[in-house]
Design a protein around this ligand. Structure first.
Ligand code: ZN
Length: 248
């Protein structure tokens, strides 16, 4: 559905893309001058991208983050969050580098092409943060994934109404791990109406929807666990996870 809000958001993303094209002509990772055909990352740094190989491994360390918590089919991360490669996420999150988010999202999508996906769901950003940043980096990564899946799974679509972010901030006193995980959960919600619509549509076809929840980075897994467990409560579905980076 095209709304004024969507158009404003798209314009905002477009403006950020233009701004990111004007960025410096140095490799974001090593700082060396880029060749004319390179953007953001030099060929050497791209070749050396510390691959997480989570997609190729059965029961990978990233899969194990969720063991004993929420049922997750598969966790796929593009690269390990370390060294100079941390700068890539910084550029996406704080420098408005939408172009890089799309590009890495596409690469991530290529690792997912063997899985069946019906919905690509971004982790929603706190509304105040989204206003300030002008975009949700997870949504942009999802656009990259969607583009990569287009050939094999033309029906896999971005679904950004299902998960909601509440206006909720953690307090300093919520320190112990169990509390923290529970509190992260209360920062998110599921749009029940949308969940019911999807549930009805799929049960009519005798199918269970496969959902891919997407974020920029997997660290403790608390945020993604919160989103996945809330979705499992409201909808009979299979859930996988995709992130650009993984902190081992
Ligand atoms: Zn480089």
């Amino acid at each position: 559905m095209i709304s004024a809000k969507n158009i404003t958001e798209d314009l905002n993303i477009w403006a950020k893309s233009v701004a990111s094209v004007m960025m410096s002509r140095e490799c974001l990772c090593c700082g060396k001058a880029l060749q004319a055909f390179e953007t953001d990352i030099c060929t050497a740094c791209l070749t050396d991208l510390p691959s997480s190989y989570t997609w190729a491994e059965e029961d990978s360390p990233a899969d194990k983050v969720f063991w004993g918590r929420t049922r997750i089919e598969k966790v796929t991360s593009l690269f390990l969050y370390r060294g100079q490669y941390k700068k890539l996420l910084y550029s996406i999150k704080y420098k408005g580098n939408v172009r890089l988010a799309l590009r890495l999202g596409r690469l991530l999508g290529e690792r997912i092409a063997e899985q069946h996906i019906d919905f690509i769901v971004p982790v929603p950003l706190h509304p105040a943060k989204k206003r300030k940043r002008g975009y949700n980096q997870s949504e942009i990564i999802c656009k990259g994934i969607e583009a990569a899946l287009k050939k094999k799974m033309p029906l896999a679509a971005i679904e950004n109404r299902l998960l909601e972010r509440k206006n909720f901030t953690l307090t300093q006193t919520q320190k112990d791990r169990a509390d923290r995980w529970e509190n992260v959960r209360s920062a998110f919600g599921v749009n029940r109406k949308r969940a019911e619509e999807i549930g009805r549509e799929f049960s009519r076809r005798g199918k269970i929807p496969s959902i891919l929840i997407c974020d920029d980075v997997l660290t403790t897994g608390a945020t993604l666990d919160a989103c996945a467990s809330l979705l499992h409560r409201e909808l009979d579905c299979r859930i996988s996870i995709a992130t650009l980076a993984y902190v081992p």
